[in-house]
Design a protein around this ligand. Structure first.
Ligand code: MLT
Length: 392
């Protein structure tokens, strides 16, 4: 009889965003007339950067004609896509070889699949609160998790512990708090990882939202990172690729553990278990990372950043603690009236039909907090705050 991976029995019934969608759908079914405003999952509302959409249309058109049709693509990514990522990194003064990049179908799968390279005996450090995928995938693998507790006291930024570890997930700007490492803080993590042989799995999905000049966009801006880090990035929130799904992963050649190149292992993994991202998607990535693509992405980001104001103005007026919104697209707020984060979720859905994300879904330290996304339209965001003002 087939034995199951019993680690799955340790997962919560539903992944955070599935649970939110389920509760929202149940409410909507019971109240079909309700106009629910979604400030929950970080899904974008601005259309895909036009230059990227056009590139994908043109690429699909090529496939219709015998002269331009293409068959299987390279599993690790087309050269033109890697060249676009290479140029993008050069903006931050980071050199990357084609062999160090893989083009994938978004950040989530690579962040989870990379763990194939490591023994399940490894201990993994996970900030709390943080993007829930790190915890869920570590549970699926049966890894021992140590949480790095984050709170107002440490500005929601974890510092290296005084004990060694094996794997470390870091996310900067942090989802959900928006806390962003400066150069010295990230250097402390790089030094720690190099000293104990740990590997940092660095999620830079929100780097394009960084407004401060003193914050790194890539861990590879930090000296020493090439021997201890892997970086993951996505086009979802910048070029509006949440429905397209595209991202890239940077595994440096200097990253070696137990005498084995992790770059080589990742290539072995991806060429075996992954077929490569679709051709048209990679043309979209190439265009999204062109000068015009980035200009259009920055326009969208500026649009979302405008949504910060109605939210923070409301919270300030009510004297409710919040952070985020400056270097990130999320506002992290304290739940009013000492409500738990799921109580606040239900309260908002039932009374004003506004959906957010309960902080506890990002970790135990997120209890009594709540995340509001700035990815909806300006009008919907304003209306959501007007509705909240009626009940808080
Ligand atoms: C979030 O809302 O935290 C993210 O958008 C979810 C995701 O990207 O998977």
């Amino acid at each position: 009889m087939a034995k199951i991976n019993s680690n799955y029995t340790n997962l919560q019934e539903n992944y955070l965003f599935v649970e939110i969608a389920k509760r929202t759908a149940a409410y909507q079914k019971a109240h079909p007339e309700a106009r629910v405003i979604k400030l929950g999952i970080g899904d974008v509302t601005r259309p895909i950067a036009a230059v990227a959409a056009d590139a994908m249309i043109a690429a699909n058109e090529e496939l219709k004609h015998a002269e331009t049709f293409r068959g299987y693509g390279p599993e690790l990514g087309y050269k033109f896509a890697k060249a676009a990522v290479q140029r993008y990194y050069a903006n931050y003064g980071v050199d990357v070889d084609f062999d160090e990049l893989t083009i994938g179908d978004g950040i989530g799968s690579d962040l989870a699949n990379i763990t194939d390279l490591f023994s399940s005996d490894n201990t993994v450090l996970i900030p709390d609160p943080v993007y829930p995928l790190y915890k869920a995938t570590s549970i699926m693998d049966g890894r021992r998790i140590c949480y790095l507790e984050c709170s107002i006291e440490n500005n929601f930024l974890p510092t290296p512990p005084d004990y060694p570890s094996d794997l470390i997930y870091l996310c900067s700007p942090n989802n959900p708090t928006g806390a962003t490492f400066d150069y010295a803080q990230l250097k402390a993590w790089v030094d720690y990882a190099n000293a104990c042989g740990a590997v940092i799995l660095y999620d830079s999905a929100y780097e394009r939202f960084i407004a401060d000049d003193d914050k790194p966009h890539s861990i590879f801006e930090i000296e020493g990172a090439r021997t201890c880090a892997i970086e993951f990035c996505s086009l979802s929130k910048t070029a509006g690729f949440t429905c397209v799904r595209s991202g890239y992963t940077f595994v440096p050649k200097e990253l070696v553990r137990e005498g084995v190149s992790l770059n080589r292992m990742w290539q072995q993994r991806q060429t075996t278990k992954y077929n490569g991202a679709p051709y048209a998607t990679q043309r979209g990535l190439e265009a999204a990372l062109s000068a015009e693509g980035l200009r259009q992405a920055d326009e969208n980001i500026a649009y979302y950043k405008r949504n910060v104001q109605p939210i923070t103005a409301f919270l300030e007026q009510k004297g409710i603690f919040y952070c985020g919104g400056h270097n990130s697209p999320y506002i992290w707020m304290r739940c009013p009236q000492a409500m738990t984060s799921w109580e606040f979720f239900d309260f908002l859905l039932n009374t004003v039909q506004v959906v957010g994300t309960p902080g506890v879904g990002f970790g135990a330290c997120g209890e009594h907090y709540f995340r509001l996304s700035t990815f909806n339209t300006y009008e919907a965001t304003q209306e959501a705050m007007e509705r909240l003002a009626n009940v808080l």
